[in-house]
Structures are given as C-alpha cells and as structure tokens.
Design a protein around this ligand. Structure first.
Ligand code: ADP
Ligand code: MG
Length: 256
C-alpha cells in the first residue's frame, strides 16, 4: 500500500466518512475501514432477447467492492433478467461480464456453476428454503456443495445464525419460522461461502413493514461489518433511498 493510501485511510477513519467519491466507495465503522480501489463487477453492453422481444438493450454497469446498489423500474423493465445474467444463471446474447477482471461469459457450464457457488449469493422474493431441512442445515447446503466438510459447515452455519440473531431458530424447519425469519435464514445461506456479492431480487417483497425494515437494516449492517457487496432489485423506495446508488431500468435500458 502506498503512503498516500495510508494517509487516505487515516483521514477516512478520523472523519467516519461514508461517501461516494470519484466513483469509489469509502466507508468505515469503529474498527475497520473499507476502501475500494477496484471495480468488482463490470457489465459491458449486455443484451438479451426472448424471441423477438429485446429485454436488455445494451446495459453497461460497474459495481464496486463494498457497494450497496439498488435496481428499480416498472414491472417488465428487465430487472430480474439483468440480475439473473449478472448472477450467471442466464447467459446474455451479447456483451461481457467481468468479475475482478475475469470474463465469466467465456466459462462453460461446469466452470460457471463452481464460480457461482463460490462467488455469488442469491436472495429471492420467496425464501426458497428446503422445507425438509432445518434452518441450520439450509445454511450448510451451499457449503457442502462447495466441498466444505460437515463439521466446518456446521460451525460456520452456527456463526451465521448468531450474526443474524437467529441462534434460537437453528433447529426449526422453514414451516416453523416467520416470514422475516425465513428471509434472514435465506440471507445467511447466501452468505455461507463468503461470496463477493449478494444479488437480491425483491427480497422484502413478501414481508410486512416491520420485517421489511429489519431486513433492510440487516443488509447495511452486513456491509458495515463484513464489507459485503449487494445488488438489490426492489420496488421499495425507502430501501432504494438508503443505498449508495440507484439504477433505474426502463424498457431494458438504464435511464440516465
Ligand atoms: P422485471 O423483473 O423488471 O419485472 P423481467 O426481467 O422479469 O422484468 O422481464 C422482462 C421482460 O422479459 C418481460 O416482458 C417478460 O415477460 C420477459 N421475459 C422474462 N423472462 C422470459 C423468458 N424466459 N421467456 C420469455 N420472456 C421472458
Ligand atoms: Mg422481476
């Protein structure tokens, strides 16, 4: 690290800055400073059509490490399609997606699925927890798929349950949890493999006001505590207003 960067870190720390400066995000809590020096995700002219319907018309977008961005727009604007492409669940017809400079559009299915498991966490509108497994087991599943041993996966799941204030719910099955708890378990599952980014598609769309607010607070706590990056598709204006940056999508294009 260059001396100027150290000075910058010190100055950020002393001023407790949470700001967007020259395209980079700096933020800190009492103990740590996160300083972004690089773009984490780069979407370059992404296009996607379904038949004759062009759903994404050349989307270019950068996401910095530690950033929380929201994507808003009317129903049918292409938000879910964009998020699925960003998460490598769907392939674009044209354009490139770089994670830390690595072009994932060149990967084959096997490489992609390994990449996805390790680097990307997903949270959907409906929790999509497996009903026959406990909260703890649901959180362990992505780790077991990625090859983590049973003991280590179990202890990390316990740690995540603690972090999210859900220790008491570890042995409950989804049907025994409230809507808010299920979404928080889904967030814990998304965090399991310490992903670079969590992609969330209307994560609070099925929650009441109180649980919605709690979930939104959780995203920002995780950013402050872990430096976690989020891209969140949302209809919720109060959530969008809290994020570092809002991308407005209209008819498959970013509204300037
Ligand atoms: P949003 O999430 O903004 O509501 P979507 O990305 O889900 O929008 O959808 C954008 C448009 O693409 C819609 O018109 C939708 O019907 C269409 N679409 C999405 N997925 C498919 C698909 N797999 N096949 C055909 N059309 C699709
Ligand atoms: Mg959608």
């Amino acid at each position: 690290m260059f001396p100027s960067q150290i000075e910058l870190l010190k100055s950020i720390k002393s001023h407790n800055i949470k700001a967007n400066s020259a395209g980079s995000v700096y933020f800190c809590n009492q103990n740590q400073v996160f300083l972004n020096l690089e773009t984490m995700i780069e979407l370059d002219n992404i296009t996607r059509s379904f038949g004759t319907l062009q759903v994404l018309k050349g989307i270019s977008l950068n996401v910095d490490r530690g950033e929380v961005i929201s994507i808003t727009g009317p129903s049918g604007a292409g938000k879910t399609t964009l998020l699925q492409i960003m998460g490598s669940l769907d392939k674009p017809d044209g354009g490139r997606i770089l994670y830390d400079g690595q072009d994932i559009t060149r990967m084959d299915e096997k490489e992609l699925s390994a990449f996805r498991g390790k680097h990307i966490g997903f949270v959907f509108q409906f929790h999509q927890l497996l009903p026959e497994f406990t909260a703890q087991e649901n959180i362990m599943i992505p780790m077991l798929i990625a090859g983590t041993g049973m003991k280590q996966a179990s202890s990390r799941a316990t740690e995540l349950l603690g972090l999210l204030g859900l220790s008491e719910r570890a042995q409950h099955k989804p049907s025994e949890l409230s809507g808010g708890e299920k979404q928080r378990i889904a967030v814990a599952r998304a965090l399991a493999n310490q992903p670079d980014v969590i992609l969330a598609d209307e994560p609070s769309g099925s929650l009441d006001t109180k649980n919605k607010e709690e979930l939104h607070k959780l995203f920002f706590n995780l950013r402050d505590q872990l430096g976690q990056t989020f891209v969140i598709v949302t209809h919720d204006e109060s959530l969008a207003a809290m994020t570092d940056r809002t991308i407005h999508l209209l008819d498959g294009a970013i509204k300037p």
